[in-house]
Design a protein around this ligand. Structure first.
Ligand code: SF4
Length: 463
């Protein structure tokens, strides 16, 4: 399995920028997401109103999270299922493995789950001897490629059609195809997965929302693989993090109104399913046992702290699609499960700040992420707070801290500041072009004097 490290962001980003195939894949995919979202929003009378309703629904849920989660558990139990609580990733993995062992089978099919990625569920299940097949097309592709996902809703966004065709040719023992059209590739994956769906003992799915009032788990997919994974095997396991809770079906609907539009530009995702419990009559089919495993992994602590806003995130991916950093380097460069602006906030909060040091700095602070976020999450402010914490904990490289110290001193001594600027401005002419990096033009002083000198001159002339 390919490994990435958050602390190697700079090296990984440079590598991504030089990868022309990746750049092609990113260009095509990103443009599509941005255009589809823009078109979907044009068709809505008042998207701001929908955003406010969705945000209010999540805020209500976070304010009463403890009560609502207990209510959800009561409803799931009343519906014939069972809720398990996992304090961290290791506990979630152990719980899922135990349920799979009790189910008595070895074959598992799985729908896309970012919580599963967060806890490393797949390697844990495989190490425990289970055969696991991802059924979401993107997840299936990266499972074959042994790579982590590079986008929270489009895990194989970094792959081109030709790369997928090569991958399938290597892994599927099939006669040569007549062409590598996307339709052909999808048909091939569908054929491979069909047998897996029919023979699986356990189906694992993620969740977009948990509804306290009814005990329903809401899952959206565009391929229908979630429904097959949830409904065909005898045992169904849902893995979800606790902030997915909402109070009522009405609140769930408020979130769904903005989720599809922000994620894929759809008014409603093709398959929006509500799962309740196992079948009541054994003869009626599957699933006969139903489990929901809820992950905390530090989220309860976030609820009461200054980063609570990030728990409103519905993982729509809009902030990734509109981020100039993500659009250029892709998801793997971040070296984390959650890439892009939301990941640059969430990852340092789920892990230590030191091991994810570059992430809060992987932003130009252009503010586009906050602008497109349907849940109004102030991502730039949260990133700035994390940078402040890094500074307090002295996590920046020594050279960086020294530079900031010098800048601080100069800004308190205006004369020295102006003199230094003058000297630096003259020195720009001496910097050789390779210093500026491949494909960049050397920066040259514009006009006579520094900006401040030119400003003063212009003001004097106006008077
Ligand atoms: S932070 Fe906002 S835009 Fe980004 S994934 Fe979460 S909800 Fe979507």
């Amino acid at each position: 399995m390919m490994r990435y490290q958050a602390n190697a962001f700079k090296r990984q980003a440079n590598k991504a920028l030089q990868d022309t195939t990746l750049q092609q894949a990113l260009d095509r995919a990103q443009t599509g997401f941005v255009a589809r979202r823009a078109k979907a929003l044009e068709l809505v009378d008042d998207f701001e109103h929908l955003k406010q309703q969705a945000r209010a629904a999540k805020e209500r849920a976070l304010s009463e999270a403890a009560y609502l989660l207990e209510r959800f558990e009561c409803q799931v139990t009343a519906n014939g299922g069972r809720v398990h609580w996992a304090l961290d990733g290791a506990e979630l993995n152990r719980t899922v493995i135990d349920i799979c062992r009790q189910a008595g089978g070895r074959r598992i099919i799985k729908g896309k789950s970012m919580v599963g990625e967060e806890t490393g569920l797949n390697p844990a299940l495989e190490a425990a001897g289970f055969e696991l097949v991802e059924t979401d097309l993107g997840e299936y592709i990266i499972q074959l490629a042994q790579e982590p996902p590079s986008h929270i809703i489009a895990p194989a966004i970094h792959k081109t059609r030709h790369q997928v065709a090569d991958l399938f040719a290597r892994h599927h023992r099939q006669p040569p195809r007549t062409g590598d059209s996307i339709a052909n590739l999808v048909a091939e994956a569908r054929q491979q997965l069909r047998a897996q769906f029919l023979s699986a003992d356990v189906g694992i799915i993620g969740a977009n929302l948990l509804v306290a009032e009814t005990g329903s788990v809401v899952l959206v997919t565009n391929e229908g693989n979630g429904d097959l994974s949830a409904n065909l095997p005898r045992t169904r396991i849902v893995v979800a993090s606790i902030e997915k809770i909402v109070a009522t079906l009405e609140d769930a609907n408020a979130v769904l109104e903005v989720l599809g539009r922000s994620a894929t530009g759809q008014a409603m995702t093709a398959y929006t399913s509500f799962y309740q419990g196992p079948v009541q009559d054994d003869a009626a089919g599957s699933p006969q046992s139903y489990h929901v495993v809820l992950l905390d992994n530090g989220r309860s602590d976030l609820l009461a702290g200054p980063y609570r806003d990030i728990l409103r995130c519905i993982k729509c991916g809009a902030c990734l699609n509109h981020c100039p950093v993500y659009s250029n380097v892709g998801g793997h460069a971040y070296g984390s499960v959650y890439p892009g602006p939301m990941g640059s906030v969430l990852e340092p909060l789920l892990h230590e700040l030191a091991s994810t040091r570059p992430l809060p700095n992987a932003s130009s602070f252009c503010g586009r992420c906050e602008e497109v976020c349907p849940m109004g999450i102030p991502l730039p402010r949260l990133l700035r707070q994390l940078r402040d914490r890094q500074h307090e904990q002295q996590l920046e490289p020594q050279g960086w801290r020294r530079g900031l110290g010098i800048y601080g001193w100069l800004s308190r001594h205006p004369r020295c500041f102006r003199l230094t600027l003058k000297l630096l401005r003259g020195a720009l002419w001496l910097v050789p072009p390779p210093f500026w990096g491949q494909g960049r033009r050397p920066l040259r002083p514009a006009g006579r004097g520094t900006f401040v000198e030119q400003w003063h001159r212009a003001s004097r002339n106006e008077r």
